[in-house]
Design a protein around this ligand. Structure first.
Ligand code: DHB
Ligand code: FE
Length: 279
């Protein structure tokens, strides 16, 4: 039986990808951030996932505004890095696992989560930057990745409660898969940031840190927070953080917090990373 062994929350700032790709990780501006992710990489090599389910959002790179699926699932055998305007990141192609992904699609849809099925998609920084942060620069990603894409760009976005329930359903679907696989679920995006308009540059470290506390110890209560609170407290783009609740919903009620890191700023955003072990 497949089993979810850990959940990870991780920001996905575009400029972090540039800093890695352009060799700037030791620069004064970036060093503190990348030092914080050294322990994350060690923990990932201890966790040795056979497969990753990565919950992320596309930023208009693959999904045109003509179609806005709320929840979707990538069933392709590979996903190429997207060109976000200045050429694709030179990171490995993301390999999928069509057999496992189709199992998830079937299990989730029959469990009344109507996932849109994606047969082809290029993946942007929302998916590739967290992989770089967790695994570093590598010729190949260490395992297949199943993309779960969430609309957090265009109103209306799914509630925290619905995201948490999707996590629960993903867990059930994983445990119904007959192969013995160690699955890690990764929730990306956030934390507080707004990159346009009057409140551009908004960071709310107090709220972010409280979010991390509650994510570990009281996720059911966290899932009840209205979307407006995310926007008010963490900025319009800070609402991406709601995707971490999909990750958390897929874990046990009690988890061990193996690592937490929080850093400000990275290109006008607050960066968070948390590693929760499904003990
Ligand atoms: C940036 C990246 C994001 O993914 C986002 O949601 C907002 C800002 C950035 O790199 O500045
Ligand atoms: Fe984003």
């Amino acid at each position: 039986m497949a089993k979810i062994v850990a959940g990870i929350g991780c920001s996905h700032v575009l400029a972090i990808g540039d800093a890695i790709d352009l060799g700037k990780t030791e620069d004064e501006y970036w060093k503190g951030l990348f030092d914080g992710f050294k322990r994350s990489k060690e923990l990932m090599s201890e966790l040795k996932p056979d497969i990753i389910i990565e919950v992320f959002n596309d930023h208009g790179s693959a999904m045109p505004l003509q179609y806005i699926p709320t929840f979707s699932l990538g069933v392709a055998s590979e996903f190429k890095p997207a060109d976000e305007g200045w050429g694709a990141r030179r990171v490995p192609i993301v390999k999928g696992d069509p057999e496992f992904a189709w199992h998830l699609a079937e299990a989730l849809i029959l469990d009344e989560f109507d996932m849109t099925i994606i047969n082809e998609m290029d993946v942007d920084h929302g998916l590739t930057v967290p992989l770089s942060l967790m695994f570093g620069q590598t010729r190949e990603w260490p395992c297949p990745v199943i993309p779960v894409c969430v609309n957090v760009l265009t109103y209306p976005v799914p509630t925290g409660k619905r995201c948490f329930a999707l996590g629960r359903a993903i867990r059930k679907a994983v445990e119904a898969y007959e192969k013995d696989l160690r699955v890690v679920i990764l929730g990306t995006g956030g934390m507080s940031h707004q990159v346009h308009g009057e409140r551009c540059g908004l960071i709310n470290s107090d709220w972010d840190k409280k979010f991390l506390d509650r994510l570990t110890t009281n996720p059911q209560e966290l899932a009840e927070i209205p979307l407006l609170e995310y926007v008010r407290e963490t900025g319009a783009e800070g609402i991406e953080t709601v995707m971490w609740l999909i990750m958390r919903g897929a874990l046990n009620d009690d988890v061990e917090e193996a690592y937490r890191f929080y850093h400000v700023p990275a290109s006008n955003t607050a960066v968070g990373n948390i590693i929760l072990i499904n003990s």
